[in-house]
Design a protein around this ligand. Sequence first.
Ligand code: FEO
Length: 400
Amino acid sequence: MPAIEIKNNIYWVGAVDWNLKNFHGYAMARRGTSYNAYLVLDDKITLFDTVSEKFKWDLYHQVRSLVKLEEIDYIVVNHVEMDHSGALPFMVDKIQPEKIFCSSMGEKAIHGHFHKNDWPLQVVKDGESISLGSRNVHFLETRMLHWPDSMFSYIPQDKLLISSDAFGQNIASQKLFDDQHDLNLLLSEARHYYTNIILPFSPLVLKLLDKVQEAGLEIDMIAPDHGIIWRSHPGKILQSYREFASQTLQPKAVLVYDTMWGSTEKMVKAVSDALAEEGIDIRIMSLKSFHHSDIMGEFSDAAALICASPTHNNGMLPLMADFLTYMKGLKPKNRLGATLGSYGWSGEAPAAMARVLEDAGFELPEKPLRTKFVPAHEQLAQCKELGRSLASAIKARTGL
Ligand code: FEO
């Protein structure tokens, strides 16, 4: 892809990873992704972020189409995770920058990753500004969004916020701007990204949004480090982040399950029938068909999670253990839960799953439910009863 001018003398110079499916080894990127870097042409020519090491030559050629690399004065490192810093040693070598700006935690992370003592690092504090000539860059520390080193760069003269991972989405496209895409699709991908990358830090997101609002920053473009740039709907993604971070819940239940011989699946369907009859929006997701990150994307606005697994070797099936470990780490708040499953002789799985949900802060209105071998009509009626009880709790929680 060629370099694209996003503002007068400010260019996107990133790389598009069209074929990426596995993002960072733990989340699915169904539409690929991009590693966005930005070049500002001013008295001090400045590169904001780099790309993954694999795409270092893409970045090189993008930049080279605009300037010679040795003409670049500054590099700003908003975030040291390798998808944005992998090409940094290569670019530092080519550019020989006068200064590399980063946060205090960024300095530590750069040393920890690259072990270079001769780079001209300059730590910037929260609220500090530097001049590029006709523009200033104002730095906002965004510690733990989503790494300790993370920061934003704001250019007031262009009303441009370069926002690192925040407000990003995993989308590979030659169409760089939000108004070139379906807005609902973008927001859905932004939600998926938020849930899998940023959800644990939601209280900090709310504080940051307040801070940005209180500072009165005029923003007419948000340029994240992944996916599409928000030039027509920056207010919409800011508002959506407030909703994501507030964990506003819908009368919706995600039923996640694994099954060996179909008995647990029968139980899930009985529970889901009752939920649907009560007007609850349902998603039935087999762990053999859906990646844990896609399940969390669906669960992001759901009031309830129903986990179902048969008992295997005195515990739950491995895919359920994987999902619960992942889900718990993302720290969803204010949720309801239920557990169930079939068993042959010991039957520990529903109670084991319930313990994980309770440890994760879920409220479980009903006791774990289990069925020996294959559920008959009576056991399926118990499952429907559990579904009706859970529906009442969901309605109470969401005001349906
Ligand atoms: Fe896109 Fe946290 O790196």
